[in-house]
Design a protein around this ligand. Structure first.
Ligand SMILES: [Zn+2]
Length: 276
């Protein structure tokens, strides 16, 4: 699933490709992708004639700001956007097409069909699901070690599932949680409310560092993620524990282990992340 760095990369790419383009009409061939409004006809009719002003991001969601409308899009497992000339053949699993008035199209392709789109009036999107209850943005200035401490202080569960919870901090998924916990030297099964100030400081730094490095590398291409231009991200080459089971730890040489924490495959170094 794309995490914050991958969605940020798609956002940046889309801004270079579709900003300023005017939607002529919209075609939807898989109605269940469209969650709001309930009627597909209303969705298509509402978007016709509108111009894309800017593409933003909140957590793992893309926010396509148009004049008078905001389209909130979640790629879930394998959703992808691409911009094509309208005479190019439409690939299989393309479910939504935004036809622009300049003979180009933004196409949304989703093999697994788990992606969603919600259409709102500007401002309304932050007051309703799916964005309403999202937690802190870790790459924004407001994310401090003190705030992390406050958010984790009363959580009596393992740190890994707490970090995956989008209502607390947004954008982290399985890859970047494993990487950040390794960098901070914290075992994923440590109780969130038991972290001391030193560990919280290291974790705060590790979350920001890991996500920022991944954004700078254009995200990670683990299974099928590609940005809006069909290019692969490069951060998978910098992963230190995720997917590295059986290989020597980059810090201490002990072999990286894989286990299951909170139902998710989890990668750790037994010596750098001792279980307290
Ligand atoms: Zn190690």
């Amino acid at each position: 699933m794309p995490e914050l760095p991958e969605v940020e990369t798609v956002k940046r790419t889309l801004n270079t490709l579709v900003k300023g383009k005017k939607i002529d009409r919209v075609t939807v061939t898989l109605p269940r992708i469209i969650q709001r409004p309930a009627e597909i006809e209303s969705f298509c009719a509402a978007l016709a004639g509108h111009t894309i002003q800017e593409v933003g991001r909140r957590g793992k969601f893309l926010l396509i700001h148009l004049d008078d409308l905001v389209l909130v899009s979640h790629l879930r497992m394998e959703g992808r956007y691409g911009v094509y000339s309208s005479d190019e053949p439409v690939e299989k699993h393309t479910h939504v097409i935004f036809h622009f008035d300049d003979e180009t199209e933004l196409r949304y392709k989703d093999v697994r069909q788990f992606g969603t789109m919600h259409l709102f009036s500007p401002g309304e999107e932050m007051r309703e699901a799916p964005l309403k209850k999202l937690g802190i943005e870790p790459l924004q200035d407001g994310f401090t070690a003190e705030l992390l401490k406050e958010k984790l202080g009363n959580r009596r569960s393992f740190i890994k599932p707490v970090l995956l919870n989008q209502h607390i901090i947004v954008g982290l998924g399985n890859i970047y949680v494993d990487e950040a916990l390794f960098r901070a030297g914290i075992h994923p099964m440590t109780q969130a409310d038991s972290l001391n100030d030193e560990q919280l400081k290291r974790l705060h730094e590790a979350i920001i560092y890991t996500l920022q490095q991944a954004v700078d590398a254009g995200g990670s291409s683990i299974k099928s993620y590609v940005n809006g231009q069909g290019e692969m991200g490069m951060f998978q080459h910098q992963l230190q524990v995720y997917g590295q089971e059986g290989k020597p730890c980059v810090r201490c040489g002990q072999l990286v282990e894989k286990s299951v924490v909170g139902g998710r495959g989890t990668h750790t170094c037994p010596s750098c992340q001792p279980r307290s």
